[in-house]
Design a protein around this ligand. Sequence first.
Ligand code: NAD
Length: 512
Amino acid sequence: MNAIRRPAPDQPGLTVGVIGVGVMGRGIVQIAALAGARVRMADNRPGAAETSRKELQATLGKLVEKGKLTAEAAAGAGERLVVCNALEELADCDVVVEAIIEDLGAKRALFAQLEGIVRSDAILASNTSSLQVTSIAAGLKHPQRVAGFHFFNPVPVMKIVEVIGGLLTDETVVDYLLALGHHWGHVAVRAKDTPGFIVNHAGRGYGTEGLRLLNEGVVDVPTLDAILRDTAGFKLGPCELLDLTGLDVSHPVMESIYHQYYEEPRFRPQVLTRQMLAAGVLGRKTGQGFYRYADGKKELPPEPAQPTQLPASVWISSERPELAERIASLVAAAGVPVDSAARPNDGSLCIVTPLGEDCTTCCVREGLDPSRTVALETLLDVSRRRVVMTNPATSADTVAMARGVFGATGTPVSVIRDSAGLVTQRVVAHIVNVAAEIAQQGIADPEDVDRAVVLGLGYPLGPLGWGNQLGPQTVLTILHNLEQQTGDARYRPSPWLQRRALLGLSLHHKEH
Ligand SMILES: NC(=O)c1ccc[n+]([C@@H]2O[C@H](COP(=O)([O-])OP(=O)(O)OC[C@H]3O[C@@H](n4cnc5c(N)ncnc54)[C@H](O)[C@@H]3O)[C@@H](O)[C@H]2O)c1
């Protein structure tokens, strides 16, 4: 590259080209213009750029009406928009962001054409979500000026952008885009050029583990979603999320990332969503997915009524003494005495508290009567929902009594079938493990992984911060037990996580 002539990101006069003014391009134009850049808008659909400019003007007007923007700011941004009818009109751009169709050939052809138009110090940025930046840049005269600039939909609302340097990208280009993203009001994080970058990689844990629980018959769809919303604090359960995104989008992404990582078992998709995709049962957009939608509203079965049957007493396993008081207080709230004998009395309901194990294993190890034994989820919040797990021999009366005890104060109780790590433990530990591997592979700094996931996926906590809250050792124990019980390499703990757990270090610890 010759001498750099582009102004600093926050300097007036910065000229940004946006090519492809569809869903994403329009959002990028909006934030760039509002931050003071002159924006050149281009699209190969005749009239699209002008239509988009008018729509943006209308959006800015609405923001003024709502009091979210001053009239001066809106007018200034509007004046900085220029519609281009030919790529040659982008010649004076300092940065060009492409948000065209997700097709490697199309993006490569566009960048090759742009190389003959823009200055040699102009940055070429791609909003790709699934292509490798290195591949987009390959074959160009100046691959060092190409980087990923990955925004999320809707761009003005999702305040996160991943900046991705390809193998040949100049570090100053990455630094510039980090500063530009920041100036445009977003949290800009650096990510390595790997499949899914940070957010779409970290997001592999949630949906695939949820689908796996469905596949194993552990839970039904509404129960799975309710458990993860109420105990872990996700805004949407995995099936609700898949219905919202649409399986025509989500299933191919699941398959693509799985294959791009050479069939990494941690990302293994499930047959169920492929079948739903084949049947056109895509989610909200088709009126039926995991749920049915009538007039856009989800139809939900009512919560099962809680039986009032209560046991004579409740015996609580002493394997995890730290939980005894908490569980005893739940039992006391139902007005049922705790059986504190070393071995359960006849007629006691038996409660085990697995960490990464199933109810059967705990029951057999402790020599309990399986017909009277259930497991209780204790990992996260039990104030909004209690989760009781049976084993194959648990009697119907025992289930009714467990519902009676744990639902006595009106808290909903979900009953699930036997599963190593119940639902919440499995899903959260898997998410933490996937994030630990992202850190292990140097795809992003641990703090950035968390920032990107909270802003990009709306999780209640960053996965590594979540691991810290639970304790890295607890997460490790869940994963070890899951791996042992299932024999599935999917749950093998990341060495990055293991080391930090063994050393008692925070998952945000910075290594020298
Ligand atoms: N939609 C999302 O949620 C999302 C999120 C992050 C990243 N992305 C990525 O952003 C890019 C755009 O996605 P979108 O959802 O905005 O698509 P879109 O279909 O809404 O918009 C694409 C626009 O690009 C134009 N276009 C297509 N080929 C072109 C070409 N060769 N030259 C000029 N214009 C061309 C189209 O006319 C259209 O206006 C893709 O790379 C996509 O993977 C999308």
